[in-house]
Design a protein around this ligand. Sequence first.
Ligand SMILES: [Zn+2]
Length: 262
Amino acid sequence: MTDLIPLIDSHCHIVLSNFEEDREEVASRWRSSGVKSLLHACIEPSEIPAIKSLADQFKELRYSVGVHPLDIQCWNLETIEILRNAALDDSRVVAIGELGLDLFKADNLDDQLTVLLPQLKLANELDLPIIVHCRDAAKEMLEVFNNLSSEGSCPKGVMHCWSGNSYEMEGFLDLGFYISFSGNITFSKSTDIHECAKEVPSNRFLIETDSPFLSPVPNRGKRNEPSYVKFVAEKIADLRGDTFFEVAQRSTSNARRLFGLP
Ligand SMILES: [Zn+2]
């Protein structure tokens, strides 16, 4: 009966060309899986017009605007103004991101910070939550947020596609962040993530697909899509000893609280 329980995919990228051929069918599958709303993440500003027209096409879609830490070559002096205007121009922009630090695929920390800090300031200015991409950079990310927090200016937001350990999770929870679990939680080797899913408070976690990436078991290795968010919810229920209904209900109300989603 899982199809009757409302789910939210709090992070997807269906603007990407992997979905060009069959977006309507993908949408009908998320609808029949109970996905009531989706948050589309933005990687860099040239995507914004296309994401915006997806929001026209699919009424349950909301989106963020921002620059990903692995796309900082897209940043220039005008970018912050473009992001600000996009956010002010459309009430369906509910977050700034995805932004953050990635020291797994890159080692240009200073350059990444140059792109990150103005976006955090913008989130504060517009009073919007942030979507944080953080890979192999928890220590550096916590330092940035702790500094802002000591000045009373750390934005609220979510640690998307959580892949850290419990100790790191505590640091982000203490700062008020939500933790979002994605398809990698279904992988048997993800023992740190499993531990985090057991420990996270029930009012502080979200679920997402990060489609088309990181498809959960049983579809690992294939293109991911928003309907598969149910597999993430099932795995969390299994780990926590909760019912699917409880996980769906909590993650949905948490996502609505953080992002004001329908
Ligand atoms: Zn993403």
